[in-house]
Design a protein around this ligand. Structure first.
Ligand code: FO1
Length: 321
């Protein structure tokens, strides 16, 4: 029985937010055997809308890894139709958060299952299998965890800040509501305790908005540190700007210099390695001085080939430190 558990344990864990992180998760999924990869998704962005439980980062992972995603937008489904939103507009309802007709089915079915007592991770696993994804996808916690953004226009939930206000308000503080009572998802805890685990990869997601909510879950940072796995972060900042999304603006507003080094410092004490973009190679020495090994690589992922290449390099690097 013990052996069986060990064999089911992943060798690699990818920690991801939405769009940017999912790109590397896809590259990893293409080169790692399904049973060896566990992808952990952020749930701080989750919220209720039209009475439905929306789990944007989990859905971005599900859609990206199943090849169903809208590659242009990075979120939602390809070949989507928008009849529901048009009808909602005619009714004068809320239309700031776009739910495509097919995407809507995901939220309706998730909400129905939650109401019948299934956990978010059971539902995510059901969707994963239905979508034909081999790698495990796990919400970081099954407990309530919500990113709250304190801004110059008031306190907003994550999607109000991100989508409704288009990240325009100035961030003053971030708060992860529920983090004190949220526990890591149990399969994740089990994987972190297994001797099978080799590496943990922090995907190039926003460190403040996407990875920090995960790290705020009680006991998780410690469990990462004590897992014995090599922990490597891939930079989401290239050439002093975010590859996608508001990471650069967020860092600036919270008083940090916008650089890959800032991200490495943010994870200092937790990570063993940092993948730095080749455009920022002059920062390598500074990061090494923090006691973090550095790999200089091409980190911009424009197509499947570059996603796979970055995944391969990151794994080799993690293995080498
Ligand atoms: N992002 C947007 O910029 N506008 C939207 O209307 C929007 C709707 C949406 C619906 C379902 C879903 O799973 C994701 C959606 N996203 C939308 C993306 C999401 O808000 C963000 O990408 C993540 O929360 C940040 O990682």
């Amino acid at each position: 029985m013990e052996n069986e558990k060990q064999n089911n344990s992943p060798k690699f864990i990818a920690v991801s937010g939405g769009v940017g992180g999912a790109k590397l998760a896809l590259g990893l999924e293409k080169i790692i055997q399904s049973e060896d990869l566990m992808v952990i998704g952020n749930v701080g962005d989750d919220f209720r809308h039209f009475g439905l439980h929306i789990s944007p980062d989990i859905d971005t992972l599900l859609y990206t890894l199943s090849g169903k995603s809208d590659i242009e937008k990075g979120w939602g489904l390809a070949n989507e139709t928008w009849e529901f939103m048009s009808a909602m507009k005619e009714l004068g309802g809320d239309i700031w958060f776009q739910l495509g007709d097919r995407d809507l089915a995901t939220h309706v079915e998730r909400t129905r299952r939650l109401q019948h007592g299934e956990s978010l991770s059971e539902i995510t696993d059901y969707f994963r299998r239905t979508f034909g994804i081999g790698a495990t996808i796990i919400p970081a916690t099954d407990d309530q965890l919500r990113t709250i953004v304190e801004t110059d226009i008031g306190v907003l939930n994550f999607q109000e800040y991100f989508v409704r206000e288009r990240c325009n308000p100035r961030i003053q503080n971030l708060h992860f509501q529920g983090s004190e009572s949220a526990y890591p998802q149990k399969e994740l805890t089990k994987a972190l305790g297994s001797t099978e685990l080799q590496s943990i990869i922090f995907c190039p997601s926003n460190p403040l908005l996407s990875i920090d909510p995960i790290l705020s879950i009680q006991g998780l940072k410690k469990a990462f540190a004590e897992s014995g796995a090599k922990i490597v972060a891939v930079t989401p900042i290239v050439g002093g700007d975010a590859i996608k999304g508001p990471a650069a603006k967020n860092l600036r507003e919270l008083g940090y210099p916008v650089s890959a080094t800032t991200v490495a410092k943010h994870y200092q004490g937790l990570i063993h390695g940092f993948v730095l973009d080749k455009r920022d190679r002059e920062e390598a020495k500074q990061i090494e001085k923090l006691g973090i090994s550095v790999l200089v690589a091409e980190t911009i992922m424009n197509d499947l080939e570059t996603k796979i290449q970055l995944a391969e390099k990151t794994l080799q690097f993690a293995n080498s430190i």
